[in-house]
Structure formats: structure tokens, C-alpha cells
Design a protein around this ligand. Sequence first.
Ligand SMILES: NC(=O)C1=CN([C@@H]2O[C@H](COP(=O)(O)OP(=O)(O)OC[C@H]3O[C@@H](n4cnc5c(N)ncnc54)[C@H](O)[C@@H]3O)[C@@H](O)[C@H]2O)C=CC1
Ligand SMILES: O=C(O)CCC(=O)C(=O)O
Length: 540
Amino acid sequence: MEKTVKILITGKLHDIALKLLNNQPSELAVSESLKIVYIPDAPRDIILKEIEDTHVLISRSETDVDAELLRKAKKLSVVARAAVGYGNIDCDLATEMGILVVNTPGKNTNSAAELTMGLLLALVRKIPQAHMSTSAGGWNRHKFSGTELGDKTIGIVGLGNVGHRVAKFAKGFDMRVIAYDPYISEDVFRKNQAERKNTLEELLAECDVLSVHVPLNKETKGMISLVELKKMRKGGIILNAARGGIVAERALLEVLNEGYIVGAAIDTFDNEPKPLQELIAHPNVIVTPHIGASTAEAQYRIGETIAIQVLKALRGEIVDYPVNLPHVSLLGSNDLKVFSVLSEKVSRFGAQIFDFQPAILKLTVKANLNKEDLQVLKLSAIKGFLSHASEEFVSYVNAEKILQRKGLEFEIEMTPSSSAKNELLFEVYGKGTSEKISVGAVLYDGKFARLSSINDFLFEIELDNDLIVMQNHDRPGVIGDVGSYLAKNNVNIAQFELSRNRRGGMAMSLIRIDGDLESEVVAGLRKLPNLISARLVSGL
Ligand SMILES: NC(=O)C1=CN([C@@H]2O[C@H](COP(=O)(O)OP(=O)(O)OC[C@H]3O[C@@H](n4cnc5c(N)ncnc54)[C@H](O)[C@@H]3O)[C@@H](O)[C@H]2O)C=CC1
Ligand SMILES: O=C(O)CCC(=O)C(=O)O
């Protein structure tokens, strides 16, 4: 029966996301049928109920994906954050549970940076206050006098996607741009014409406007507290369109009340959707309800990207924007995609053809790959092996962790390939000297994948459907007996390959069959004359 995947969507998404999920383009089509439950703005208790049988959660900032939610999610394999910040997702627990977390970096950058500049202009020119007064019938040209941005200094904390775009816009207003970001190279400062400040203190001492653009984490929570605010010049301005909590709200209120800081513009709050009342009602503060990403353009890009990430994840491909995928950044080429699927299949095959206690898994790759791509093949091989040999849900996310927990070692080796043929050899070793199996595969032209060997026996057979792996003495009549037995049991053979080490010696056959195969049918094969073993290899 076709499997149904439940996708729970708890934040408002652009229609493009639903369109892509409902009408999947052929290159992203999934074999499961999708049940989409779209409940933006649903109360928490409904989300906690719905999550129990959900496979994929797509959320925005209003849904805390915390331990309470994750522990109820018995079937969850993907959390897709339709945004950049994932501070409200318990990524450590998600990783431990093998749940992939993805996000959409860069897709709302421009919108967030434009809102930041909008807030700044609105603040220094008192636009919201002037609008309220004028639209109510007033005409006060003195009360709403403001200050210019030109020649003022903006201090940017976090010169990432949003920060460097704010730097660019601020330059357009003839501002002096200084920035503090200890995690990026000198080049990024130079390219964005931002003067580098080596410490936060240096930055604070020199800026008229402080704008934070860092993620919220243990290091950045409260990084702008009373001490830091007091290190700014008197008369400064604070902008926060990143995350509530980066600027300590009570401290900000205190310096605003003192008149030490003369204005603040805030889009993101500690306690959303119920921010600190005294702060949002302060006459020198202007606020928006976390709308940095709320533009048609950003939401289109995010909707499109998140749907693609979800479909890729469901197809078992490596996603473009993983948050918690160890060491894997982007799945570069289509060839690599095909190669990684082959790596997973070969190891899943290998996991089903040995009878000893495994100790070491080894993947030998003949190809010309960079380090990251090799890592993709390694994770695919571990995933393939474990997903057969483990009760746990295994994904690219937790594969290495589970392997370690099982006490298995993994070795990987690469030798260069000089042709359009890439090769894989997956080996499983036990502790004893004779305890070893190997499965080889070849990928021709980045497209055509074939199983090429099992131990010393050579083959050329496609790796799909169920396969019977059979060992027998090389005697006349064996193939006929097997063919009639399978026919009697209504099993249609799609491909039959025989390989033998020497005439009259040992032979190994691979039988690719159409449809599913009952294990009793395979057990019956073992009773035929001259058969040594017959195994079913499935899940390819
Ligand atoms: N208001 C809204 O709706 C939106 C808010 N955001 C928020 O804006 C923030 C920045 O987003 P992006 O620029 O896309 O992220 P990003 O990851 O591209 O940039 C963050 C930068 O902060 C730097 N950083 C990290 N820790 C730091 C520290 N302790 N001190 C100084 N710099 C540090 C990093 O090196 C990086 O360059 C995030 O919190 C994101 O969630 C982003 C988009 C929309
Ligand atoms: O619009 C949203 O859901 C949140 C946007 C945001 O804050 C982010 O991308 O980090």
C-alpha cells in the first residue's frame, strides 16, 4: 500500500509552497502520497495533538519546536523552518532523534535589511508619530523635526547576510559604517566597506546607531545589556530586527527612560506575541510585529525553497540548507546525487549478506571527489547499512552517532579515477580472519549504476527491486530447478545473472524479480539440490 506522509504547516506560507507540494515537478516527485494539514496560527494545544502522527513539520517563528513538541512527535523526520533563525528549535534534541532540520537562509535577507532601514528612517524622522498626528487632523511642523542619517555612524553587530546588506544601504545614506563580527574574514569587511572593530566595546564607543544582526544563541542572548548600552555615546539609537533578547529589553527601557538612549526601533521581541508593554508603549520607541520577512518577494522565495527542501528530504536526497547535517554543505551535482544513492544501496545490500558480528565497515571510492562530496558518500553508506541493521530511524543527521553507539568503525578511502567510470567497494569485516564480505558497484557516465561484484564473483546487474542472492555448486540443472520453482510460486524473473569462480566449482546467482517476494519462497529455494544458500536482499 502507498505510504502517506503527513505534512503539518503551522505558519502562513506563500501559495507557491502548497502548489509545489501538491503538484510536484517530475524531478522532485515523491513516491508517497502527501496529506497536508495547513493550520497557520493554530493554538499550541492543537499543534501538540497534530504533531503526534506528523512526518514533516513546516513552521515559522510562532511555533516553538521545543522538547515538549519533539517528544510528542513519534514519526517526525523533518523540521522545515520557513525562515532563517532557528533559535526556537531544539536542534540538539532533533539531531539526537535523527530529525533533519532545514531552513531558508538568504531568502528574506533583502526584506529584513530594508525593514531595518525603514525603521531607522521612521525613527529619526518620527514618521509614525507625524502620520498619526496629521491623519487625525493636526499640522505640527515643529514637533516632528528629526535628524539626518548622513555622516552619522552605524555600528553593525553581525556582518552576515542581513548585516552586510544594511551596511550597503547605510552607505547609500552617506553613513559611516563600522561592524563587529569575530567570525568572518577581513575580506568581507573590505568588500562591504565596513570598518572592522575588533571588540564590541570599540564599536559601542563609536556609533550613533547600533543595529544587531546576529542569531540568538547562548553567546548573543543579552549581549547588549545595561553595561553595553552605557558604553555607547549619550543620545544613541538602538535597532533590533534580528531577535528579541539580543538587546536586553528591561535594560533598554531603563536607558530610554533616563534619556541616555534617545530612540529604539524594534521588530523582534523577547516574548512574542506579547512583548514588554512598557517598552512598546514608550514614546521614543517604534515597533513592528516581527515582519522583517513579510514581503511578497521574500515569502515567495521562502515558500518555493522550503517546499523544495521538504521534497528533497522525502526523496532521501541531501538538502541544500541543512541546519544539523554533520559536515555536509551542498549536494553539488546530479552525478553526486546518483553516486550517493548507489553508496546507500551498496551498503544496504552488504548489510543483508553476512552472518558474523561486524566490527569495521569500509568504503573504497574510485572517483575524483572533494572532501565534502566524499563525506556525502560516507554518510550515505552508513545510512544504508544502519537502516537495514537498526530499529532506529536513521537519517543523514544521526547516522554517524548511531554508528558510534553501535561500536562500529568506518573507514573510507579514495583512489582517483581516470575514466568516466566511478566505482565503489563496500566491505564489512568481523573480528575473525575469514569474516569479510564485499559488494562492488560501478557508475557509468554519472547515470548508469550497476552492482559489479559480490566477494570474488563478478556481475553486472541493476540494483533495484528485491533480489535473491543464491550460492550453489556449479552442476547441471540448477538454473532449471530454480526457474521452475519460482514459476510454480508465481514469481516473475526480471533478470538472472550467474557468476562462477571456476568450472565445476562454486557459483553465485543474482535473481532480480518483479514485485515483492515472500521470505518463505526464498526459504523453499534452499531445499533444492545443489543449493548452498539463498537470501533475499530487499529495500533497494
Ligand atoms: N525580523 C525578521 O523577520 C528577520 C530576522 N532575521 C534575523 O536576523 C539575524 C541575522 O540573519 P542573517 O544575516 O540571515 O544571518 P547570518 O547567519 O547570515 O549572519 C549572522 C552573522 O552574525 C555573526 N555572529 C554570530 N555570532 C556573533 C557574535 N557573538 N558577535 C558578532 N557577530 C556574530 C556571524 O558571524 C554572521 O556573520 C538572525 O537572527 C535572523 O534570524 C533574519 C531575517 C528576517
Ligand atoms: O517570518 C518569519 O517567520 C520569521 C522570519 C525571521 O525572523 C527569520 O527568518 O529569522
